[in-house]
Write a protein that binds this ligand. Sequence first.
Ligand SMILES: CC(=O)[C@@H](O)[C@H](O)COP(=O)(O)O
Ligand SMILES: NCC(=O)COP(=O)(O)O
Length: 239
Amino acid sequence: MTKLSVNINKFATIRNSRGGNNPDVVKAAIDAQLFGADGVTVHPRPDERHIRYSDVRAIKPIITTEFNIEGNCREQKFVDLVLEVKPHQVTLVPDAEGQLTSDHGWDTITHKDYLVEMIKIFKGAGIRTSIFVDPVIELVEGAVATGTDRIELYTESYARLYPENREAAINPYIAAARKAHELGLGLNAGHDLDLHNLKYFAQNIPWLDEVSIGHALICDALYLGYENAIQLYKRQLAG
Ligand SMILES: CC(=O)[C@@H](O)[C@H](O)COP(=O)(O)O
Ligand SMILES: NCC(=O)COP(=O)(O)O
């Protein structure tokens, strides 16, 4: 079954809005796992406006499932952090500076040589690698050429189109996912997945290894409770 990795960045965003340590992001990671998550995702950014580098270090020892660190490997600070913390998986995301949230995947063709080099560094440290990509066949083929273990399909365009035409929304993802599967790449997905669109995505892409979900899940947790929200998301993945 597809694994659910809970992105806990939003806990840090709330904490940072007031200073202090409420909510406690280490507790958020512990509880996510207690409540049924198959993994924890964090996405530190250079300005640390969400999760901080020190949070990532503090979370690692309490991980009992899988730890996924996402971020921009063009930042040497990020590379050093990942190599120090050694998560189970690193997901390379080409964030531009000051970006509100991630809004595009890698051009795996133009940046092939650079990605080959980065993937080699992380895999050499025993860390599984994933590259954030848009659902485009050529970019999936480009990802294979980098030597990465997996790709993460950027699902924002699926989420945006889903309410008006879910078939049109899913089609490019099925094609990209098939290509990845055929080429032996592991497959993750994430961004703007929620309780409405997740089930259809997982049903149509049964060989999906993992989804990472943060924003919508934490918003749902405000109304429904954290444990309940995690369980509801898990149920969408169960078919
Ligand atoms: C790569 C990706 O889609 C997510 O990591 C997303 O950027 C969530 O992070 P924020 O919630 O901090 O925007
Ligand atoms: N990789 C996607 C992720 O971690 C969470 O994205 P979102 O659910 O916050 O949009």
